[in-house]
Design a protein around this ligand. Structure first.
Ligand code: ADP
Length: 271
């Protein structure tokens, strides 16, 4: 069991433009815990602070105040411990093209984090592991994909490689920041189902950042709603969707298409 805990996290950005100095309060006071086997969805409009939370958890930003702990230990500031932390806490970004190096083939992207973590002994073992990982993200036969470069894959296949790369170092925590918003609508559900299956199989703690309340409800145990840097509502997914307490959550739900309609239509279609 693993858990990552955010305790009264604040993030301010200071902007200077000539003599003008402004402070953006991107995250005001966030506290929550992500634990093994559970998915929390973080929803809210653009600019509400969702990605800043993701970037702090993955150490791409440092909080202005507050603490983040992984299994009770504060996020390390450097050295081997930070290196280890980064392997335990992986992120899937919105744009798979931007997160994959166009010069390297898929094998290189996947074997590198395995080698850094000494997960196998021989080249054959590494190749075997890469193949297994590709099959897990449903890119099969793996041999057909391994030696291609990112531009030789479709958008959905690239995002599957990005997911495989995040899984390669055997993380405990997965942060998925709008993982399907750049994909064609027809491919989104397949990639989300894959993420949900792997999250369950590996008992990962997952933060799923999205604009989309329908998939937030369907794929998450809990929903957190962010508005202007504040977490204004947090509770079990059904509770937040069916009995929202906060005015902003009510507005979001009012503006969204019927959150269940999409899945109802899909069920009816398959029946
Ligand atoms: P979201 O992911 O919900 O769209 P973000 O976390 O990206 O929101 O942004 C929250 C706020 O912080 C926005 O006002 C954004 O402009 C600001 N912000 C984010 N990153 C930076 C940065 N590096 N420098 C200055 N302002 C930033």
């Amino acid at each position: 069991m693993s858990e990552i805990k955010l305790d009264h996290i604040v993030k301010d950005f200071d902007l200077r433009n000539g003599l003008k100095h402004t402070t953006i309060h991107a995250v005001k006071d966030a506290s929550f815990t992500l634990e093994s086997g559970k998915t929390i969805a973080l929803v809210g409009e653009s600019g509400s602070g969702k990605s800043t939370i993701a970037r702090m958890i993955t150490c791409l930003e440092t909080p202005t105040s507050g603490t983040i702990t992984l299994d009770g230990k504060p996020v390390p500031r450097g050295g081997r411990a930070l290196h280890q932390y980064r392997h335990n806490v992986q992120m899937v970004f919105q744009d798979p093209f931007a997160s994959l190096n166009p010069y390297h083939n898929i094998y290189h992207h996947l074997v590198r984090p395995m080698k850094i973590n000494h997960l196998a002994k021989t080249e054959e073992e590494y190749e075997e592991r890469v193949m297994k990982l590709l099959e897990r993200v449903e890119l099969s036969p793996a041999k057909d994909f391994m030696w291609r470069r990112p531009h030789e894959l479709s958008g959905g296949q690239r995002q599957r490689v990005a997911i495989a790369r995040a899984l390669a170092p055997q993380p405990k925590i997965l942060i998925a920041d709008e993982p399907v918003s750049m994909l064609d609508v027809s491919l989104r559900l397949g990639v989300l189902n894959l993420l949900a299956r792997i999250q369950q199989e590996e008992q990962l703690a997952m933060l799923y950042i999205t604009h989309d309340l329908a998939t937030a409800r369907h794929f998450s145990d809990e929903i957190m709603v962010m508005y202007h840097g504040d977490i204004v509502e947090h509770g079990p997914s059904d509770e937040v969707i069916l009995h929202p307490k906060n005015e902003y959550t009510k507005k979001l739900l009012g503006a969204a298409p019927d959150p269940d309609a999409f899945f109802r239509a899909k069920r009816d279609h398959n029946a």
